[in-house]
Ligand binder design. Structure first.
Ligand code: TRP
Ligand code: ZN
Length: 463
């Protein structure tokens, strides 16, 4: 309940603008929550003043018209007294917004949907916002030129959200620092499949349309939410200790993908040995056609891979389930905590399966001709246009190899497993990681590694 005195909304809105969070007679006035969370690379991503607990998304999509209608019910907790708050939403038409069942005023400016609830919200209060929206979702272009958001495909569509694309298909707090559970229900023309994160809770058909309800019980960052609409062969199997596996494969990729997807249980088993218990209640993959997306993405439970995957890609995207999806960066600056680990997983898989050792791969990069890897330090990408470049991936993995060189194999595996366990389901920074390593190996000095390999410009003097 709001602690503010009751005023007609227009007056309340004016007052909220005029006052800046100061107390006045009759109670504390809320202030607007703010349009971002000060991410150094994506300043408008996410919003201030609240923390989402759950998204309940009910979507209806027709590929032939590209029309989406959606209802998002967002349960959140106010982290300050709020007169207004923002949601991120790119494109689409907002039909109505209610907060706690009451019609709310809203306006839009760029990706910010500003909601002004009828009553102020009090710090600590849990509140429900319902947004009804519709239209043709946009494909967004990232600073690095890659496409995300809503990608129409040959026979449907793909929703992909790294780093800021989920706002193209649902309103929310589109920043990795605010993880939440999800129910995603998608209705599509009968005969098509609609696949998403988590587990299939319900599936029904009525009047020529099929409804698929997916439940994600473990907290998920918005950039990891996905829907894949189209023709898919769905196959269920089980992995280690009965872990449910669900793969969704475009029929044109089915034959070629069969062998590599059969490796899923073995990859999960190997990753559990190296990284610790698999962090979610199911796993799998979504394989669409090669041209449907420009990259693979570690969407939670079920990575999206355009075209028949190779083993390395599968190892990489599944390693992200530990590093990225379960243990999630607090800001886009800390991307190397995702990509350095997932790249290291690929190197380690090769080492463990009769291929080149990780140390040799490390030396190949160190002595190699490709200067791109030294362009900037992993923990400080040069700009948003470069957050998925080689220093984040390969040099990030090299940081891990430097740690392994220093502490030896036993301590190294303790560190990477312990890191995943200690921060399971949470958010982390690079400083959390360096502190964790130092705590686990108190007699070692990591100063040079952090200074030269993690934060230092240019190629370190010694491998
Ligand atoms: N995370 C993906 C991977 O390595 C790659 C990727 C896709 C990406 N889109 C991105 C990385 C946007 C950074 C930003 O598997
Ligand atoms: Zn990756």
């Amino acid at each position: 309940m709001s602690r503010s005195v009751r005023l007609v909304p227009a007056v309340a809105a004016l007052l909220a603008l005029a006052l800046t969070g100061t107390a006045c007679d009759g109670g504390v006035r809320g202030t607007p929550g703010g349009s971002g969370v000060r991410d150094p690379y994506f300043p408008k991503a996410g919003n201030g003043g609240y923390d989402v607990g759950h998204y309940d998304l009910t979507l209806d999509y027709t590929p032939s018209t590209r029309r989406l209608t959606g209802t998002a019910v967002i349960t959140a907790r106010a982290t300050q007294d709020l007169s207004a708050f923002d949601l991120d939403l790119a494109g689409l038409h907002v039909d109505s917004v209610t907060v706690e069942g009451k019609e709310a005023r809203f306006n839009r400016a760029g990706q910010e949907l500003t909601v002004r609830p009828h009553d102020d919200l009090s710090r600590g209060e849990t509140f429900r916002t319902t947004v009804r929206y519709s239209g043709s979702p946009q494909t967004l272009t990232d600073p690095d030129g890659s496409k995300e958001g809503w990608l129409p495909t040959a026979d449907g569509a793909l929703g992909l959200g790294e780093p800021v694309g989920s706002m193209a298909w649902f309103p929310g707090n589109d920043h990795p620092s605010d993880k939440a559970t999800y129910d995603i229900t998608i209705t599509v023309p009968e005969g098509l499949q609609a696949v998403s994160n988590g587990e299939l809770a319900d599936q029904s058909t009525k009047g020529g349309r099929a409804t698929w309800h997916w439940h994600t019980a473990q907290p998920m960052a918005s950039y990891l939410a996905t829907v894949a609409v189209g023709h898919f062969d769905l196959t269920r199997s089980t992995g280690p200790h009965g872990l449910p596996i669900l793969t969704a494969v475009d029929p044109t990729q089915a034959k070629a993908s069969e062998k590599v997807l059969a490796q899923l249980p073995e990859i999960i088993r190997w990753e559990e040995i190296n990284f610790g218990p698999y962090p979610f209640s199911s796993t799998g993959a979504i394989v669409d056609r090669p041209d449907d997306a420009g990259y693979a993405l570690e969407t939670q439970n079920r990575p999206v891979i355009p075209g028949t995957p190779d083993t390395g890609t599968l190892v990489h995207e599944l390693a992200h389930q530990w590093y990225g999806d379960s243990v999630t960066p607090k800001s886009w600056q800390d991307m190397w905590l995702n990509e350095g680990f997932a790249t290291y997983a690929e190197w380690l898989w090769r080492e463990d399966h009769g291929g080149e050792s990780v140390q040799q791969t490390f030396m190949d990069y160190y002595d190699g001709d490709d200067k791109a890897v030294w362009a900037y330090p992993p923990a400080k990408p040069s700009s948003a246009a470069h957050i998925s470049d080689s220093p984040v991936y390969e040099r990030g993995a090299m940081v891990l190899q430097k740690i392994r060189q220093k502490v030896g194999d036993d301590a190294f595996y303790d560190i990477i497993q312990g890191w995943a366990a200690a921060h399971r389901g949470g958010n982390v920074t690079t400083a959390d990681f360096t502190a964790y390593v130092e705590k686990k190996a108190p007699h070692q000095d990591f100063t040079e590694i952090w200074k030269d390999w993690l934060y230092g410009d240019g190629k370190p003097a010694h491998p």
